[in-house]
Design a protein around this ligand. Structure first.
Ligand SMILES: [Zn+2]
Ligand SMILES: [Zn+2]
Length: 193
């Protein structure tokens, strides 16, 4: 019985168990610890992300005091601890900035607040547009979605800019002509028969 491997249906409970999760800021509330805890780990593979997060959690993480030399371009441009190459090289080569291998890369999550802000701004602008412009915009957005190679956040900024330009050109009917596919959509003028 004792030689049995990987018995997943063990009936005996685990003998030693932490009653509370490990807290790395229990006795240390310094700004450095706060800063390290707030780090978003990205541009690395899942395995390296786990390693770095483990270091952060158990206070083994040592931030760089000055930029390190990148193994690819040779510039002193590595700003994140444990990374071997600068972000520019990692992005260019589409590899993990820590181990240098292209594996399941973890994407840097866009700042959550930034996202919410953009969404709200967009909604408010959309509401303020007249119906006709709104439809123009929705069409523009649908077109955008057909371009998956553009990352979501820059797409949103782009869309927001478009919205703003629509808003500015609120009273300018000629503006609609800028959209190439306006022909099938002439609203109220179509009922002349
Ligand atoms: Zn580099
Ligand atoms: Zn890696």
């Amino acid at each position: 019985m004792s030689s049995q491997k990987g018995n997943s249906s063990r009936s005996r409970p685990q003998k030693y168990k932490n009653r509370t999760a490990f807290k790395n800021n229990l006795h240390d509330t310094s700004n450095k610890t706060k800063m390290i805890n707030a780090l978003q780990i990205g541009d690395v593979c899942q395995r390296c992300k786990d390693i770095i997060e483990w270091k952060i959690k158990y206070k083994k993480y040592k931030p760089l005091t000055q930029p390190k030399k990148c193994v690819k371009c040779g510039n002193k441009a590595v700003k994140r601890a444990y990374n071997i190459m600068c972000l520019e090289c990692a992005h260019k080569l589409a590899v993990c900035a820590k181990c240098g291998q292209s594996k399941d890369l973890v994407e840097q999550l866009p700042n959550e607040q930034e996202k919410i802000k953009l969404d709200e701004e967009m909604k408010a602008l959309l509401k303020s547009l007249p119906e006709r412009k709104r439809r123009t915009f929705i069409r523009y957005m649908n077109k955008k979605e057909e371009n998956p190679e553009i990352d979501e956040n820059s797409q949103k900024t782009d869309i927001l800019d478009k919205l703003k330009s629509l808003k500015i050109n609120d009273n300018d009917d000629e503006f609609d002509g800028l959209f190439s596919d306006e022909s099938d959509f002439d609203g109220s003028c179509s009922d002349e028969d």
